[in-house]
Design a protein around this ligand. Sequence first.
Ligand SMILES: [Zn+2]
Ligand SMILES: [Zn+2]
Length: 358
Amino acid sequence: MRAALQSEIGQDKLEVVDDMEAVGFGPGKVRIRIKATGLCHSDLSAMSGVLPQPAPFIPGHEGSGVITDVGDGVTSHKIGDRVLVCWLPPCGHCPSCNRGQGHLCLEAFGNVATPNFKRAASDIFGFAGTGTFSEEMVVPAACAIPIPDDLPFDIAALIGCGVTTGLGAAINTAKVEAGSAVAVIGCGGVGISVIQGAKVQGAAQIIAVDPVRSRREAALRFGATEAVSPEEFADAKNRITAGEGFDYVFEVVGKSATAQKAYEMTRRGGSVVIVGAGALDDNFQINMFSLFFDEKKILPSMYGGGDVLRSYERTIALWRAGRIDLENLITHRVSLAEINEALDQMRTGVALRTCIEL
Ligand SMILES: [Zn+2]
Ligand SMILES: [Zn+2]
């Protein structure tokens, strides 16, 4: 079957091959025919080495498809089920899951270090234990979340990572209060989802901050009340919050420099929400006086910061009710053969989300 392969970390292009094999099928596993997959910024970060990932590997962790085979002991799924891929499924019985923090469950994390593809007798890993830039994939049944018939595959794929991450940061982690002033640094697919989450929560002001003009324009269409470049951010803060700072600033880039900026732009007692996935060697520093005296809350948000299954359901309900727009989040569509164009669209910032149809 066909898949997009990266042989070594640091390469910026993928090779589309047609002799890949999905391996590991057996008890507790399901085989999925992937129908759609989104390109998330984390895929680029894994390719470049910012996020740890063994190679060679198949990127992609935001996908959806149809179950084509069910291993022994799997009673929750059947052939033909439409599913979205959850790259970090909660096990349901560990201490994190018991606390209602299924997004912090590490039970499935072992999948990351287990090769789930093979090509010419060599082991191939899948990004984050999945690898959705492939026509077929074998994963534990818990990674395949059944979806309703009215949810199209392209939108379902996005709910598997970017949309859940962004909406959850605003709704679960920050619990944005109605009437508040919010700023969002970084307005790709995840940042736009933060904006939509802040809007659902009733924020009065939502300021989008991004260097790319097309993203600023998109942010306004999705609910931002104003969109500024990074250079205009300080002025916007002074004008909108009378110099005090925003109630919430979301960092959706994954760099210490933007996290520092987010901290600076947050009012005393406000919340800095870290959504971007950054590098192991990029350290964020704050002096101890400010940490104590300004009482700004630093709230990291991983994969939506809450029970992912509950977050998926909520997202589907909001989408069905027309309260959030997921259709227009997909700005580009490509086939697997055009995957390198999709990577470039992501790097230059012209795409909010590129959907790869398989
Ligand atoms: Zn668990
Ligand atoms: Zn992602």
